[in-house]
Design a protein around this ligand. Structure first.
Ligand code: SF4
Ligand code: SF4
Length: 225
């Protein structure tokens, strides 16, 4: 029977910077249709992994490097999740990889998309960090410079503890004040406002991420101070 320790050692060996585990019981507050058992009915445990991203692209004079870093990190963490899923199945359990994209839910009018599971909330429940006012998962060591992946499984694994509370300094409101379109309010981001400012299709037909200000200005960007 596979263990939490084995999965964490495997994740680390594959290049993941973070790996945490939570139980299906921690999802009682999930909205209907977005519970792990809505994806795979025998889910017992949910594994969250994360890979660090370099911050240099925040300081480039073009958003092309940031776009590439985001896409490459997503591919990297997804490959690690795939390897973990294969390993779990070799040990006799079932494993379902949960991507951040593609997803089905799309409210076109409000430009709201939802992954089949929220990887941010999975990461929070698995103890990877807290969710800041900018709505990003923020890890104690790596701050918000992380990209998330996820595997759900019918294996029963020892869960990690949630990071209690939020660790935004009381006096900090930088992300809220810095968002050029006022998309951030009360730990939530208006996807419509954000998408209209932060995603474009360039003349070449490529999707480019044109804003990362709320991530960049955060004093916890590189880890909790
Ligand atoms: S990415 Fe830009 S537009 Fe979107 S919430 Fe952050 S600062 Fe606002
Ligand atoms: S910028 Fe300040 S308020 Fe916003 S997430 Fe970071 S620490 Fe929290």
């Amino acid at each position: 029977m596979i263990t939490s320790t084995e999965i964490k050692q495997l994740a680390s060996g594959l290049g993941a910077d973070l790996c945490g585990i939570t139980s299906v019981n921690s999802f009682n507050d999930s909205p209907k249709g977005f519970h792990p058992t809505d994806v795979y009915k025998n889910t017992k445990s949910i594994i969250s992994i994360a890979c660090r991203i370099p911050e240099g692209s925040f300081f480039a004079d073009t958003q092309i490097p940031y776009t590439a870093v985001e896409d490459l990190a997503l591919a990297r963490v997804s490959q690690i999740a795939l390897s973990i899923a294969l390993h779990i199945e070799k040990q006799g359990s079932k494993a379902v990889l949960i991507p951040s994209e593609p997803y089905d839910y799309w409210d076109a009018e409000n430009k709201v998309g939802k992954g089949i599971l929220s990887l941010k909330h999975v990461g929070y429940k698995a103890g990877l960090g807290y969710i800041g006012r900018n709505s990003l998962l923020c890890n104690e060591t790596y701050g918000n410079l992380i990209k998330l992946g996820c595997v759900i499984t019918d294996a029963v694994l020892v869960p990690d503890n949630i990071v209690a509370g939020d660790m935004c300094p009381d006096s900090c409101n930088l992300c809220v004040l810095s968002c050029p379109v006022g998309a951030i309010d009360n730990f939530k981001v208006s996807q419509k406002k954000c998408r209209e400012n932060s995603e474009i299709i360039n003349k070449r037909g490529a999707e480019i991420y044109t804003c990362n200000i709320c991530r960049k200005v955060c004093p916890n960007r590189n880890g909790i101070k």
